[in-house]
Design a protein around this ligand. Sequence first.
Ligand SMILES: Cc1ncc(COP(=O)(O)O)c(C=O)c1O
Length: 374
Amino acid sequence: MARIPVAGPWITQKEIDYVTDAVTNAWYGNHNMYHERFEKAFAAYLGVRFAIALPSCTSAIHLSLAALGVGPGDEVIVPDITWIASAAPISYVGATPVFADIDPKTWCLSAESFQKCITPRTKAVIPVDLYGNMPDMDAIQEIARRHGIAIIEDAAEAIGSEYKGKKAGSFGDTGVFSFHGSKTLTTGEGGMLVTDREDIYRRCLFLRDHGRKPGDKQFWNTEVGFKYKMSSMQAALGLAQLERIEELIARKRQIFAWYQEALSGVDGITLNYEAPGTKNSYWMVTVILDRSFGIDKEQLIRLLSEHQIDSRPFFYPLSSLPAYEHLAQAREAQRRNRVSYQISPYGVNLPCALNMTQEKVRYVCDVLRDALGV
Ligand SMILES: Cc1ncc(COP(=O)(O)O)c(C=O)c1O
């Protein structure tokens, strides 16, 4: 059997046709045609007013913080377990990240820990829909509202997930998505910022084009901004993928269901949680091993690799990374975030590329069961 990748896209003739059309025709007066279609369709899919296509989700978070006026002296709360891209832009704007603990079931920001991390300097919170799982949004929104804290919902990993009938990415002052090649919907590299707030939308359009008014033809800049734009070819790819979104999400859910079936009856393992009232789009099928197996994530990843299976470690707590060792906040988080430090050593993302088959899932699960001796 060929090596099994951990993640990857599902590209059809439709994507090839749209990208071919973009590279052929989206120039001159038509240079924006795929951006307009992609952004409009994305906003409609999410049920929000505005969407801005960007080069990455990292840039969407950076732009969100800048548009919200977050800067030096401010604190921004972020879950300890996430990809560093959720937190790095906090440093870009000169603010300080505060790492809150995660919930033991959803693995997303714990509302209780969020509340405890609030200080008079807290300006924003970045809840992350980890691996497609949804946090307790009602509680997070209520706490944020009560304290006047802005929400940037990091839905990079959660396109198609839902919470009480509302789509992931639509809960904050802004919501942000990643279309990196590993994601359910891909544009190769790319991202999207969504918002219902017209003031934020206008500010983002201005800041993402070097601080000039949209449509400016005089090269007249009134502030120093950023250059955050997606290309037409990427927008065309994104539009084709978005038109197939239900199929892409159904495949992800199918892959998860195959794992659930193949691992049913195995005690001591936990898969992604789908809380009542939520829909999980299962970007990454993730397994947490009970400590009693005596095997940690690094050991399991090595073992799977020997059998031609690629996997990934559950994120290390951000507060444990050398990148943050200079921060007092990180040392405090190491003491405080019991759940993050308990779960992280035993979590592994299993292969769930969109080309996964049931036969391959069964093979991965056989190897996993052997490794665990069950
Ligand atoms: C939770 C989370 N946030 C942000 C990002 C950043 O996305 P991008 O690579 O598009 O900048 C990722 C990407 O993997 C992610 O998983």
